[in-house]
Write a protein that binds this ligand. Structure first.
Ligand code: G3P
Length: 221
């Protein structure tokens, strides 16, 4: 499973990239607003950090297909690794199918059930983004949608990548991986959490203490 960061904060992206496990970035208008920089400048900076290791999703804000296609063409013209994020509405699907015909990559966002995801796949989306945490917030098991979309993708042989989004905690990442999601996108806080385990820290300290109890002359370093 690929790991994406769901953020527009450059320091977070640089740190995750330095760990060697970052495959891409997703943003949305809320996250772009938090970056506190001009949209294009910030997306380009993210795109440069990501380079050829993956893609960066930049969201369109028009609500009509014409406007979405225009914005999708624009953002994807800025760099080869940028993908246009488009909401799952009738106009959005229309825009996605037109983008697919033109070879403009898309990420269909705000997907809350398997039928929306099926339509996104049929429209030719590059990625489909079910929102796990927001479904959990509404009292539904968000991960069910990921499982169902993985099944639909496999049953019909769609090429669309299932991108588990709105991830809130480490268990979501583990469940997305077990469900067969192609990608999980997460806030930096969650990525930092999944690296760590208290037993790793305790075990490491014990190994270091034992190592240093060996006489220095008997150690190569
Ligand atoms: O990628 C979608 C994500 O940004 C939404 O997350 O936590 O606002 O539901 P959240």
């Amino acid at each position: 499973m690929k790991i994406f960061l769901d953020t527009a904060i450059l320091d977070e992206i640089r740190t995750a990239a330095s760990w060697g496990i970052l495959d891409g970035v997703t943003t949305n208008p809320t996250l772009a607003g938090r970056a506190g920089r001009a949209f294009k400048e910030n997306i380009l900076a993210i795109s440069e950090i990501i380079g050829d290791r993956g893609t960066v999703s930049a969201e369109t804000v028009s609500t009509d297909a014409e406007g979405m296609v225009r914005e999708a063409r624009l953002v994807t013209s800025w760099a080869p690794n940028i993908v246009a994020k488009i909401p799952c509405t009738p106009e959005g699907l229309k825009a996605v199918s037109r983008c697919a015909a033109e070879g403009v990559p898309t990420n269909v966002t705000l997907v809350f059930n398997v039928t929306q995801g099926l339509l996104a796949m049929k429209a030719g989306a590059t990625y489909v983004s079910p929102f796990i945490g927001r479904l959990d917030d509404a009292g539904q098991d968000g991960m069910d949608i990921v499982r169902q979309l993985v099944q639909v993708k496999r049953t019909y042989g769609f090429q669309t990548a299932v991108l588990a989004a709105s991830i809130r905690h480490p268990l979501h990442v583990a469940q997305a991986a077990l469900a067969g999601a192609d990608i999980a996108t997460m806030p930096f806080k969650v990525l930092a959490q999944i690296v760590k385990h208290p037993l790793t820290d305790i075990g490491l300290q014990r190994f270091l203490d034992d190592w240093h109890s060996i006489p220095e002359t008997m150690r190569p370093f």
